[in-house]
Design a binder for this molecule. Structure first.
Ligand code: NAP
Length: 265
């Protein structure tokens, strides 16, 4: 069984790759940072250091890709097919955020975010799904966020990208269900997690942050059980519940105040 994890050089993606490997999956790990991916490969290969296990040791392939670029998404698909054939699990995890007033944030960074958080998820799902359809089997786990449940002033673009990922996953799952397809779509919506996300997004979380390892394992375990909406932790589940009963205008006000507290001094 083969799993491909995007954004495997850090945080949740790295922990999902570690967990899948320990479950016995061959893994394809991808990101831009070659050093970090090689470190992960070396770390995991030591896990099966016993020579008697050499034959049963899961394989690890590294493919470098900048997923903000359409041609690199397509190249990732082609190289994966060439190196390992068709895959059983696709984890669309790579992504990043940006804090700031929309009137002041960088257009270039935001377009890059839309390309990474939305367009890459779209392209990779489209391409790998074709192979899964042929086998009528496979899992796709899209990493969204608690942000997908709410309007997100001060992180307007990020919240909007994660809404896309949730709606996209919901719609696709229903289409596949109606086709009686064996392919399973899941979406992981974590709250704050202790990763490099904050540094990249220029925020500081005031709320407690979940462990990346725990969120990753929870996400994979639930995906394998064909759970659709995967919400790690009670605070995420409560947010989902309130987002369904509180009017959007009020949600936007509350969300603004919560976001404001994340502003770095
Ligand atoms: N941390 C949180 O609080 C939180 C909460 C909810 C959802 N999430 C979501 O969880 C996912 C993982 O984030 P994280 O928290 O683990 O953050 P992270 O530690 O910063 O990891 C982000 C990963 O995405 C990859 N990535 C970013 N831009 C890329 C690009 N253009 N091409 C290829 N790979 C790219 C990075 O790899 P390279 O830099 O090596 O390319 C890295 O491996 C994201 O989708 C994020 O939105 C995070």
């Amino acid at each position: 069984m083969i799993a491909l994890v995007t954004g495997a050089s850090s945080g949740i993606g790295r922990d999902m790759a570690r967990y899948l490997y320990k479950l016995g999956y061959d893994i394809v790990i991808t990101a831009r940072n070659k050093e970090k991916l090689e470190e992960l490969k070396q770390e995991l290969e030591k896990f099966h250091a016993n020579p008697s296990e050499a034959n049963t040791q899961p394989k690890i392939e590294i493919i470098l890709a900048d997923l903000s670029k359409e041609e690199e998404c397509k190249k990732l698909y082609a190289q994966t097919k060439e190196k390992v054939g068709s895959i059983d699990i696709l984890v669309n995890n790579a992504g990043f955020g940006l804090f700031g007033r929309f009137t002041q944030t960088s257009l270039e960074t935001e377009l890059n975010m839309i390309d990474t958080n939305i367009k890459a998820v779209h392209i990779l799902t489209k391409l790998f799904l074709q192979d899964m359809l042929e086998k009528n089997a496979g899992h796709i786990l899209n990493v969204s966020s608690i942000a997908s449940f709410l309007p997100g002033p001060l992180m307007t673009t990020y919240y909007s990208t994660k809404s896309y990922v949730l709606r996209f996953s919901q719609s696709l799952r229903e289409e596949l269900k109606k086709q009686k397809s064996g392919i399973k779509i899941s979406v992981l919506c974590p709250g704050p997690v202790d990763t490099n996300f904050n540094n990249v997004a220029h925020v500081k979380f005031n709320l407690p942050q979940a462990s990346s390892e725990k969120v990753a394992q929870y996400g994979i375990d639930k995906m394998l059980k064909n759970k659709f909406l995967i919400m790690p932790g009670i605070s995420v589940k409560c947010t989902r519940f309130f987002s369904k009963i509180v009017p959007d205008t009020l949600l936007a006000k509350v969300s603004y105040h919560m976001q404001k507290r994340k502003e770095k001094p």
